[in-house]
Write a protein that binds this ligand. Structure first.
Ligand code: ADP
Ligand code: MG
Length: 390
């Protein structure tokens, strides 16, 4: 299980030379956290040996399919779920046994969880009262938090008098009012429609900039949200951390086929490795030789041995449909073609690659009738290799 070294993170490497021990202490630490629901034979592991460190000012996305343990990790940190093993720390302090309200964490949930009978301002003030903020300070703090989310004019409304997006803004304001060092967001945009999600995403980016010291843990199953917001992404699968890295690294050089597929719907095409020089390799796919990137991990090495099997990870937009006569093209036939507006998703079956459909995003509205024979062309170099079985 990879242990994450925050000292190599770009957000930390910019630390002042006078850095004291406390500055280097991660804002969030998950130390071998395990969570099982139920007991005995009925117990399900919702989180297994989960390790993660998040620096102050850093945003980390927990990305994974439904049921992969994302919310469980967040809830273990918030104190809503008791870890079965391991510990959670905030600024180096073990808070595993502390009640949620004593952790000083801001939490935003998908369901907003506003008090329906309380006006907006009272909802935002609620956490401040339980944190024993002096009475005279509550008004200004509520105003400040509502201002941060552009909801200053709505303090007197009831939640039911607001749209979904506005309710979520209030929920964010409520979390921010306590000026938390750590902000946890669990699928905060999932209940909003697509257009609103886009504008809220932009607002969350601005909020992040306005809170340069706050560590954020952002749970989502939406890769676009993770790429837009996170410095680093943790890919979760089946109660475990699969991969962790900067958004860019995981996108460009996915260490596992799971991450390749989950982060951007990559094609994973079986190939045979040929000659390897440094981090480039020649691979053969259906008797064509194609050059690809053969990456090396930051820790350890991968032996891309000539003759071994690998997967070529290549995204649909990087592939090209050309005429059958093209000298570099593989022969393919069209299985499906769906216009999506800016692009058309064409699904091809390639001669010599049985049981494997390849997805191509052709620009614009490209109409292919099913069964049409076309050429499939790979760019040079064509994508990046991923080890089989990973
Ligand atoms: P995610 O947020 O990634 O969708 P969760 O962390 O909610 O996943 O759930 C992880 C696993 O734990 C799932 O198999 C889920 O069914 C199970 N689980 C979650 N909460 C409970 C609970 N309160 N009791 C029993 N099982 C639960
Ligand atoms: Mg969840």
């Amino acid at each position: 299980m990879p242990d994450i070294d925050v000292s190599s993170s770009p957000t930390i490497s910019a630390a002042q030379p006078t850095s004291t021990l406390s500055e280097a202490t991660p804002a969030i630490t998950f130390d071998r956290v395990g969570v099982a629901y139920g007991r005995g034979k009925k117990a399900t592991d919702a989180l297994v040996d989960f390790n993660l460190k998040v620096a102050a000012g850093e945003t980390v996305a927990l990305l994974g399919p439904s049921g992969s343990g994302k919310s469980t990790a967040l809830n273990a940190l918030a104190g809503f779920v008791r870890p079965t093993s391991g510990s959670v720390r905030l600024d180096g302090r073990d808070v595993t046994d502390l009640p949620p309200a004593k952790r000083g964490i801001g939490v935003v949930l998908q369901s907003y969880a506003l008090f329906p009978h309380m006006r907006v301002a009272d909802n935002v003030a609620f956490g401040l009262k339980s944190h024993r903020v002096p009475r005279g300070e509550i008004g200004p703090r509520v105003a400040e938090a509502l201002d941060m989310v552009g909801m200053s004019a709505f303090g007197k409304r009831l939640p039911r008098e607001l749209s979904g997006g506005q309710q979520q803004r209030v929920a964010i304001a409520r979390a921010l009012a306590i000026r938390p060092r750590v902000l946890l967001l669990d699928e905060p945009l999932a209940a909003l429609d697509a257009q609103l999600r886009q504008s809220m995403l932009a607002e969350l980016q601005q909020l992040k900039q306005a809170l340069p010291e706050t560590a954020m843990l952002y749970v989502t199953h939406d890769q676009a949200e993770a790429l837009a917001l996170a410095h680093r992404i943790v890919v979760m699968n089946d109660a475990r951390l699969m991969d962790v890295g900067t958004a860019e690294n995981l996108w460009r050089r996915p260490p596992t086929s799971f991450t390749a597929a989950f982060l951007g719907g990559a094609n994973l095409i079986p190939c045979t490795v040929g000659r390897v020089i440094g981090t480039s390799a020649l691979v053969s796919i259906a008797h064509k030789t194609i050059s690809a990137e053969a990456p090396q991990p930051t820790v350890g090495t991968i032996d891309w041995a000539p003759g071994s099997q690998a997967l070529l990870c290549i995204r649909p937009h990087a592939l090209q449909i050309v005429g059958l006569g093209h000298p570099e093209a593989l022969r393919a036939s069209v299985n499906a073609s769906v216009w999506r507006g800016a692009t058309t998703r064409v699904v091809l079956s390639v001669n010599g690659l049985p049981d494997r459909l390849i997805e191509v995003d052709a620009p614009g509205q490209a109409v292919y009738s099913i069964g049409t024979e076309v050429g499939l062309r790979f760019p040079q170099p064509a994508g990046v290799l991923v080890q089989t079985g990973r």
